[in-house]
Design a protein around this ligand. Structure first.
Ligand code: PGA
Length: 259
């Protein structure tokens, strides 16, 4: 049986940054310039919604745009929301769903499940975040991630599963977590193996095409370690994606390690 090659992907989560459209355009253009020779790595940047249109005008064939949330639907009476269909029509191609910072604002696994389904129908690639807030000696964090996966992916047809990207983001390793700790490539590896096992049991062999990535304070210094020893198909940096040089360096590292 031949091994399935999964193309690596680096996704920048800008969160609620930067403060002005000018800064957003400058950051994006600089990254675009620095990665113009990339061939083997998929690159995605997820800015705040309001910068999407301006960034789509900056010419680059290397970077796809994504968003950090989406309302499941098309149009309707939902004040303040932006729908999956609108975002696809505007030009977004990826959507981060279930980020821990959104879960902290009250988003549940069943909300995320609905958003995944509508994103797939709209044509957006869902990047579904899972991860525990702390590790305990009894390893109950495995059960937590298992139920996040089961509830978020409930009712997803087997033939759609390979379109979804799972991002393992242990909250205790995210840069803005107080008293954060560094996660190791081994931490990422044991969890990605576990995630693949849970999903294979449920969705079968299609899971071998799915990408499982890691996020949590990834930077240009440890990207190689996670890519080489973390068993992952890519990275989801937050803070480091706000620095064009660092972000491009992470992409270069990924490119150099890709076959
Ligand atoms: P960080 O963010 O790289 O700043 O830790 C990652 C994330 O929360 O997506």
């Amino acid at each position: 049986m031949h091994m399935i090659q999964r193309k690596k992907i680096i996704i920048g989560n800008w969160k609620m940054n930067p403060e002005t459209a000018e800064e957003a355009e400058k950051l994006f253009s600089t990254v675009a310039k620095n990665v113009s020779r990339t061939k083997k790595t998929d690159i995605v940047i997820c800015p705040p919604f309001i910068y999407l249109q301006a960034l789509l005008k900056i010419r680059t064939s290397k970077i796809k745009l994504g968003v950090q949330d989406a309302f499941p639907g098309s149009v309707g009476a939902y004040t303040g929301e932006v729908s999956t269909d609108m975002l696809y029509n505007m030009g977004a191609r990826y959507v981060i769903l279930g980020h821990s910072e959104r879960r902290a604002l009250g988003e549940s696994n069943s909300d995320i499940n609905k958003k995944i389904k509508f994103s797939l129908v709209a044509g957006l690639v869902p990047i579904v975040c899972v991860g525990e807030s702390a590790r305990d000696l009894s390893h109950s964090y495995f059960n937590l991630v298992k139920s996040q996966l089961e509830e978020c992916l409930k009712g997803i047809p087997k033939n759609s599963i390979s379109k979804i990207i799972i991002a393992y983001e242990p909250i205790w390793a995210i840069s803005t977590t107080l008293d954060r700790k560094d996660a190791t490539p081994e931490d990422a590896k044991e969890m990605t193996i576990f995630i693949r096992k849970i999903l294979s049991d449920k969705f079968g062999s299609e899971v071998s095409r799915m990408r499982v990535i890691y996020g949590g304070s990834v930077n240009e210094k440890d990207a190689a370690l996670f890519l080489e020893h973390g068993g992952v198909d890519g990275l989801l940096p937050g803070r480091a994606s706000l620095d064009a040089t660092k972000f491009a360096k992470i992409i270069d590292i990924c490119e150099a390690l890709s076959k």
